[in-house]
Design a protein around this ligand. Structure first.
Ligand code: HEC
Ligand code: HEC
Ligand code: HEC
Ligand code: HEC
Ligand code: HEC
Length: 384
């Protein structure tokens, strides 16, 4: 209040003599200090220093969206829990940040990124526990929408969520200032948050586990634990490999290996080992085995809908990342082996590779469902 003198006065004035508007928080804005909600530097003596030093300035900038939403990441740093090392937010007070945490799990982000208090399955990407202090919201949004623009070699799949959902994920990232800096995390809880934890800790009460394998239960888990972040499964998800037809091309045992030990099934894969409870694995497997969306009747439609997802339309490689490649197609970057260009591929190679697949790679044995004469016609579509 060195500058905002009016905050402490009983009568409302203008400018720096304004009183603080009522906030939803039970704590008095004048008592907990301005930077608790607005960030900035508590001891800054210039406007810039007080408002912006070392913290994302947009928390003070109300223009993008409602004020309440803009401040949520700051509210979240107090209104959170880290009991037993598991990060949770109050869904009533900070609904968007809480929804963002759900999305972080659903989109498979912990497969590559570590955040204290969230189960991490992989370390392929940088830890994001302090990202809220390093990046502005606009920067975060840009990275998520188009990860390859800043880092052309990044294996991170572009986000394909509607804007409102993407914003929630960004608000969640923006709230990550590091457990040790959160006013709402006790030092003991901050220490606990270093615990690796288990995936299931995030879903204690609301996710059913069936004793007998149950496809509906499998579908629920597959969505919540992040399979859809990388894969295509269900109606609204998009990704690579597309799993909506995996029941045609993979046996039960192959699916089981992919789930229990992906690295043994696919050399160098980024697919995480999620350590799902064993009864849940049974349900997810049953669900996967039932993924038998019909294939198109026409060879050229198969080439377009199936092969082109990985190999690119017209047989041009997606992974060359021509500018303008739709984000949907660009998701092939997550594959351990880049699918080559198919233009000019000899018929014999196509029949052999597409027929039997390439062991250890995402190239599946489509011969299990497509006849050789059909694959010949697929070849015709590529050359054309
Ligand atoms: C510096 C930490 C801190 C910050 C930042 C903070 N709060 Fe609070 N908030 C508290 C504490 C502590 C309480 C009091 C809890 C109690 O007394 O039971 C509280 C209470 C509340 C309550 C009443 C909850 C209840 O159950 O009675 C609401 C609502 C609330 N805060 C909303 C917000 C919102 C919205 C923001 C962001 C604009 C915010 N808070 C920012 C620490 C904080
Ligand atoms: C508990 C969280 C919290 C704390 C602490 C807090 N603010 Fe706010 N501040 C808010 C919220 C929420 C709003 C938006 C209120 C609204 O738009 O209804 C806001 C709005 C403002 C505004 C814009 C007011 C206007 O009429 O345009 C200013 C300026 C401001 N705060 C300054 C401060 C200063 C200075 C302090 C320290 C004395 C402070 N705030 C402490 C939550 C907080
Ligand atoms: C397949 C692995 C992978 C997945 C899945 C993934 N990322 Fe990334 N991410 C990376 C890598 C690798 C980088 C670093 C790229 C570089 O700079 O070369 C990165 C960078 C980032 C950055 C930029 C960090 C910075 O310092 O600016 C953010 C933010 C981010 N990821 C968030 C996410 C979110 C949110 C998700 C889930 C929607 C996600 N990532 C999913 C691998 C992944
Ligand atoms: C970080 C991204 C990522 C996540 C998250 C992920 N996968 Fe995968 N998955 C892949 C990739 C990539 C491949 C193909 C192998 C390769 O090229 O690395 C694959 C392959 C598979 C396959 C084999 C498909 C075939 O042709 O036989 C199955 C089945 C599968 N995943 C299921 C799942 C399930 C179920 C989940 C959630 C529990 C999941 N995946 C989570 C990236 C991911
Ligand atoms: C999930 C992604 C994916 C899909 C879908 C896919 N492929 Fe592939 N394909 C690959 C990958 C990855 C390789 C490279 C394997 C390697 O590194 O040996 C490959 C290799 C090939 C090759 C060998 C090319 C060469 O020059 O060695 C042919 C031919 C081929 N695919 C044809 C097809 C056809 C035809 C379809 C559609 C029926 C198809 N692929 C669908 C990922 C895919």
């Amino acid at each position: 209040m060195t500058c905002h003198l009016g905050m402490a006065l009983p009568d409302a004035g203008t400018g720096l003599f304004r009183r603080h508007p009522a906030t939803p928080c039970r704590l008095d804005a004048r008592q907990i200090g301005c930077t608790a909600c607005h960030r900035g530097e508590p001891l800054g003596l210039t406007a810039l220093g007080a408002h912006a030093l070392g913290s994302p300035r947009e928390l003070l900038d109300w223009r993008g969206g409602s004020r309440a939403t803009a401040l949520q990441p700051a509210c979240a740093q107090c209104h959170l829990g880290r009991a037993h090392g598991v990060l949770r937010y109050d869904a009533e007070l900070v609904p968007d940040v809480a929804a963002g945490l759900e999305l972080f799990l659903e989109q498979g982000c912990p497969s590559c990124h570590r955040v204290a208090g969230i189960f991490a399955a992989g370390d392929h990407g940088p830890p994001l526990g302090g990202i809220g202090r390093l990046r502005r919201r606009a920067q975060l949004a840009a990275t998520l929408a188009d990860p390859q623009r800043q880092s052309p070699t990044s294996p991170m799949p572009p986000l394909t969520l509607p804007p409102r959902r993407a914003e929630q994920l960004v608000l969640f990232l923006s709230a990550q200032i590091g457990a040790a800096r959160e006013p709402g995390s006790s030092p003991a809880a901050a220490l606990l948050s270093g615990r690796r934890g288990a995936l299931v800790d995030h879903f204690d009460s609301d996710l059913p586990t069936a004793t007998e394998p149950n496809a509906a239960v499998g579908a629920l888990w597959a969505r919540r634990v992040g399979c859809t972040g990388c894969h295509r499964l269900g109606e609204d998800a998009s990704g690579v490999p597309d799993l909506t037809r995996v029941g045609w091309i993979a046996t039960y045992d192959e699916l089981g290996l992919a789930l229990r030990d992906p690295a043994r099934r696919f050399t160098g894969t980024l697919m995480p080992r999620l350590e799902l409870p064993e009864p849940v694995i049974g349900s997810v497997l049953l669900y996967l085995a039932q993924q038998k969306s019909p294939l198109p009747d026409q060879p050229c439609d198969v080439q377009r809908e199936v092969c082109a997802r990985c190999h690119g339309a017209d047989g041009r490689s997606l992974v060359a990342q021509a500018p303008g490649t739709p984000a949907r197609d660009r998701r092939a970057v997550v594959l351990a082996r880049r699918p080559p260009e198919l233009r000019g591929v000899p018929l014999q190679t196509l029949l052999e590779v597409a027929g039997r697949g390439r062991k250890g790679t995402a190239m599946a044995p489509w011969g299990r469902v497509l006849t050789e004469s059909f694959l010949r016609q697929v070849h015709g579509c590529i050359v054309r």
